[in-house]
Design a protein around this ligand. Structure first.
Ligand code: SAH
Ligand code: F3S
Length: 439
């Protein structure tokens, strides 16, 4: 038995890929997962390059692992993910003790690459883009709780000027609809109640069907909603660009689709959106939200924001703040712009100093935090449906679960409720969680 240690940076897609790497390696019962770097025979790093210092972070980590390899030269070090896809052999040039470099689309070849390295002790590298091939090798996603994520599409064609994803994950490609539905049915049979449909742009989903047709995203959600046992559906991430009316319609007739939508706008200034090559205007974004509210009056919206994009004036920034107030976003992931090598935005002159960028980020996050709290306060006294996930860490007499809008609620209940939905009355509002009472 050999031991693998895996470190994962970045998005949910990377988490998903890492879980697939683990199940692929465990398939033959030759490998077991370890939490201890010192005990590992194979060290795997699944990297992310979406924001700054990805390379430095990688070489820092590799430096630490080099010491382990110095002690035990038999250890195999494998680097995968977005930095590996972008940098390829350059990684080996700087760290010649790395044995394997694999890409975001070639992780299923890892077991073979490990065998090769064990035999020949030469660098094994494969960062090609064989479309969807990896999914043929992936095993059924293992149930790790009562919620599960499933990848429905890969890559992105949008080429926003700041973003590396199209270069590291390749062009958009959708998995066949029947494969997705089959996997979700299997998860449901194993007790999964909530499903998260994953992809860089899930609303661009166009999955081939068994009879040669195309299944669009709106149809896919309705089909997932028909699967017995699946009672809650989420998706991450969608893009305002193709958030078409047929998707908005689903909110009218599919209650299993949560009343919470992460729809990243990035900026509230049309000038900046144009420089970002987002291909929509603030007005178009607002119009989508208006239609969504008509379809689902209680919907809550969250977003990603980039502050300090090259050329962002104080006025542009104020337009973002205005939009934040207008939409009344419930939460956000917000970042200072980070120039990514090879992207068009990295060529735009950037005159704004880092202190000003930090100040803007702070102001933006403050506005969002106030709004998050006010959305939470509105929940006081309301009845919320919770998917009970487990026993609370803080108090073993309590259980915890999540609301549709992603709030963690703790409450007194019995362990046989874990994995079930429960209706709670919200009794207390804390900054990061809520307290409820069974009704
Ligand atoms: N498909 C999604 C974005 C996925 S990338 C969309 O259309 O919005 C996740 C988030 O990382 C982005 O929404 C953006 O806010 C942030 N991000 C991407 N590249 C970045 C960069 N160069 N600098 C700062 N933030 C970035
Ligand atoms: Fe990136 Fe834009 Fe696609 S942010 S993931 S290129 S939609």
């Amino acid at each position: 038995m050999k031991f693998i240690y895996i470190k994962t940076w970045g998005c949910q897609m990377n988490e998903y890929d890492s879980s697939m790497i683990i199940s692929l390696l465990q398939k033959k019962n030759e490998y077991s997962l370890t939490e201890s770097v010192e005990n590992a025979d194979i060290l795997i790093l699944n990297t992310c390059s979406i924001r700054e210092k990805a390379q430095e972070k990688l070489f820092h980590q590799l430096g630490r692992w080099k010491k382990i390899k110095n002690k035990n030269p038999e250890v195999i070090i494998a680097v995968g993910g977005c930095v590996a896809t972008q940098e390829g052999k350059e990684i080996f040039k700087r760290a010649n003790y790395v044995d394997i470099i694999f890409g975001t689309q070639t992780l299923h070849r890892l077991p073979k690459m490990i065998t090769e390295v064990e035999k020949h002790r030469n660098l094994s590298i494969d960062i090609s883009f064989p479309k969807l091939e990896k999914f043929k090798y992936f095993l059924q996603p293992k149930k790790t709780g009562y919620t599960a994520s499933i990848s429905i599409m890969e890559g992105c064609n949008k080429y926003c000027s700041f973003c590396v994803v199209p270069y590291t994950r390749g062009n958009e490609i959708s998995r066949p609809c029947d494969d997705v539905l089959f996997e979700i049915s299997m998860l449901a049979e194993n007790g999964v109640r909530e499903i998260n449909l994953l992809g860089q742009n899930v609303n661009a989903y166009q999955g081939p069907t068994f009879d040669g047709k195309v299944c669009y995203f709106s149809e896919l959600i309705r089909l997932v909603a028909e699967i017995d046992g699946i009672d809650r559906i989420r998706f991450t991430t969608s893009n305002p660009l193709e958030f078409t009316d047929d998707i908005i319609e689903v909110y009218k007739d599919t209650p299993k689709l949560v009343s919470f939508l992460h729809l990243p706008v990035q900026s509230g200034s049309n000038k900046i959106l144009n420089l970002m090559k987002r291909s929509y205007t603030v007005e178009e974004y607002e119009s989508i939200i208006k239609k969504l509210i008509i379809a689902r009056p209680n919907i809550q919206i969250s977003s990603d924001f980039i502050v300090g994009f090259p050329g962002e004036s104080e006025r542009d920034f104020q337009e973002t703040i205005l939009l934040i107030k207008k939409i009344n976003f419930d939460m956000s992931f917000s970042f200072i712009y980070s120039a990514r090598p090879g992207t068009p935005a990295s060529e735009i002159e950037d005159n704004l100093n880092i202190e000003e960028k930090k100040k803007r980020l702070y102001i933006l996050q403050n506005h969002i935090n106030v709004q998050t709290m006010s959305w939470s306060r509105k929940m006081f006294g309301s009845i919320q449906s919770i998917l009970v996930e487990g026993v609370s860490n803080k108090n073993i007499m309590e259980l915890y679960g999540r609301t549709e809008n992603n709030r963690i609620v703790t409450f007194k209940g019995s362990p046989n409720m874990i994995g079930q939905f429960a209706n709670l009355k919200i009794k207390k509002i804390h900054t990061h969680s809520l307290k409820g009472e069974l009704i």
